[in-house]
Design a protein around this ligand. Structure first.
Ligand code: PLP
Length: 350
């Protein structure tokens, strides 16, 4: 759906005069930079980081745009996609007044970011198959609801949302629909990224933290119509992506073959693990995964959690999420780590 984005933006954000950095004010060619109070001598390192990072991340955006078939104007880069989630809420949700919708069991950052911003969080649970209850979501949306957060493939359940359900929400909600595709590289289903061209209310989030193996660099992307990314540019901190990250990410993006090999190996390992884990008597359900982790329901998940921890293997307890009683989430590791995990589980006795 196409909506009036400007009208949806909070009043104070519309009135905001953003911070203007030294480097973005000057557009000519300079050889002596005495405008930003940097240390002109250099850095006490083998490489220099004495200059502020490019506030617009132009080289990085150009590269990411080319890979994804979008324009530079369709991209906003954040210090992790966590940061982008918070910025989206800041742009569209009036504290103490507006609300967002999340669909648990799901990544908890949407809710945390909502509460951080004093925004009401409405929860419309996924159904028994961990799919969206589209009618209920649309019914729950009021004029105060500014953003619906969806996650596909979904963390922590691992499944992808049905494309028709995503489309239905994008088509019918007169606010912002955020579809978080952090795990899209591992999915059988394709990204819905190209839908941003026909729907200015859609924001697709992706990250370099998962398949790309760059979690420590903190780089996430939002893809959307320029009507949205231009507001994201206004609310972000001026030098939000540091120079080391910008440089290293560009280097990493050249190694897409390495990434593809790891991704393919990981998907094979995931399938192998699913087969092996089915053999274990205390495993109740293995949920099919489109991500780099597997959600498993046990007879008694706490016993398994403690047992694995005592063997130095840390997994994620998901038992407190709605509908995930006795569930643990296992990230798929290297073949060696997965073997060790399986060996430990085979030795488990109640
Ligand atoms: C891991 C994850 C992210 C990534 O966050 P970054 O801040 O980019 O590291 C985003 N969304 C979901 C659902 C995740 O699981």
């Amino acid at each position: 759906m196409n909506i009036d984005i400007e009208n949806l933006v909070r009043k104070n954000i519309r009135a905001l005069k953003p911070y203007s950095s030294a480097r973005s004010e000057f557009t000519g060619k300079a050889s002596i930079l005495l405008d930003a109070n940097e240390n002109a001598f250099g850095s006490p390192l083998s490489e220099n980081y004495n200059r502020y990072s490019d506030p617009e991340q132009k080289k990085l955006k150009k590269r990411i745009a080319a890979v994804n078939g979008v324009e530079i104007e369709n991209i906003s880069i954040g210090n992790g996609s966590d940061r982008l989630i918070d910025n989206l809420i800041r742009i569209f949700c009036e504290p103490g007044k507006d609300s967002i919708i999340t669909c648990p069991p799901v990544f908890s950052m949407y809710e945390v970011a909502g509460h951080l911003n004093d925004v009401t969080v409405e929860r419309v649970l996924l159904n028994d198959h961990f799919q969206l209850q589209t009618d209920k979501i649309l019914e729950a949306a009021t004029t105060q609801t500014k953003i619906i957060f969806l996650c596909s493939p979904n963390n922590p359940t691992g499944n992808s949302m049905q494309p028709g359900d995503l489309q239905k929400i994008i088509d019918n909600f007169k606010g912002i629909v955020v579809v978080d595709e952090a795990y899209i590289h591992f999915a059988r289903q394709k990204s819905i990224l190209s839908l941003i061209h026909a729907n200015n209310n859609l924001v697709v989030l992706q990250t370099l933290s998962k398949a790309w193996g760059l979690a420590g660099l903190r780089v996430g992307m939002a893809f959307a119509d320029a009507a949205i990314t231009s507001w994201m540019a206004r609310v972000k901190m001026p030098y939000n992506v540091n120079s080391a990250s910008q440089k290293l990410v560009l280097e990493a993006l050249d190694k897409d073959r390495q990434m593809a090999v790891w991704r393919d190996t990981l998907v094979e390992e995931r399938e192998k693990m699913e087969t092996e884990l089915k053999q274990l008597g205390f495993v109740k359900i293995i949920y099919p995964s489109d991500a780099n982790f597997i959600l498993i329901r046990f007879k008694d998940s706490l016993k398994i959690y403690d047992y694995l921890a005592s063997n130095g293997i840390i997994v994620r307890n998901q038992g407190s999420q709605p509908g995930l009683h006795n569930c643990l989430r296992f990230t798929v590791g290297t073949p060696k780590e997965n073997k060790q995990l399986l060996a430990a589980l085979k030795n488990f006795t109640n």
